[in-house]
Design a protein around this ligand. Sequence first.
Ligand SMILES: *Cc1c(COP(=O)(O)O)cnc(C)c1O
Length: 392
Amino acid sequence: MQKFNSVDELVNVIRPVDPIYCIRPNSIKSACNWFRKIFPGQILYAVKTNPNEKVIKYISESGIKRFDVASINEIKLIRKIIPEARAYYMNTVKSREHIREAYFNYNIKDFALDTKEELQKIIESTSNAKDLILYIRVSISNEHAEIDLSKKFGALPSEALGLLRLAKAHAFEVGLSFHVGSQCMHPISYTKGIRDLGNIINKTKIIPDIINIGGGFPSIYPDLQPQPLENYISEIKKSFSNLKLENKSELLCEPGRALVAESGSSIVRVVLRKKQKLYINDGTYGSLFDAGVPNFVLPTRMLANGRMTSKKLTAYSLYGPTCDSIDYMKGPFVLPNNLRERDYIEIGQLGAYSLTFRTKFNGFYSNQIFEVQDKPIMSMYEKDSSSRYLVA
Ligand SMILES: *Cc1c(COP(=O)(O)O)cnc(C)c1O
């Protein structure tokens, strides 16, 4: 992977016709170091967020060597890049073949479930193994999240009681887990989730070996600016200590977005301008899915590249290169009003849920990835970087 000091330098040298993608290793390291310093437990990186090999390597080099995986291919990926890492198979719905392969071929012991049927599958597919660590995923309110996961995953607290008892009878260790939903905008979701787990513990009188509070830690976007992450951690610490389980249960979290969102940018080029509509060379079938359907507003900046950037700003919408009308990103994306054909734009906060969503629809696909050393457009971790972001 070629390295440059900055996005501006990269664009001056390459002058890319197709979209390119940049990774900021420093950003990944800052986020991992922050979590390692402040989180009172084990940290798993949710691999689906950005499974790029370099990204996984930087995360591991920063000291996070546990990974939340959801498929056999993610398990293989982790085993290939970091053979000694511990992978946790946290998808609550898995085929028997994949459970068997994970346990017998890849030495996976940690499995999540939210039904009796899945528990049965895990027991049978591992030939009644005695060294399993089983996590009951409990469905909790996702009311403060931008992306709600509670309808698809998790046992109701009332069902979790029986499941925890059953799992306890078969497993070497048991855990309780939840996910507050992705980009969770209020720390109270974790407080409530931990309290829900407390009720299950009180009713079953089973003390879980692991309390897994999942992912959901927010990143920062122009229209989604959460409280400082410190507040999330102090809420979590407070609620966890209310359960009075210290020294008995281990705390675990599974951040995805918060570890990598800031680290990735796409550099796109204007192909045509129609007033406030910018037709660009990347879109929702490429690296910009989140700006389309879930309508995330992303930070943008014009790369001057030898031109003047006007101080006057315009709120643009972006249109992707394919022939489908959902290939459209409403924004608003605030940029200088003198933007024109062939100008380059950096679109930030694309380190999470971006690279992997690319398709080859209509023949548009670009896979040029570079490393850069400059600061991200916005940051939860680097206090001075948001100042570069233009606000209308
Ligand atoms: C996706 C996912 C995560 C990561 O979620 P973020 O919102 O990106 O932090 C963590 N755990 C599980 C089980 C997931 O499915």
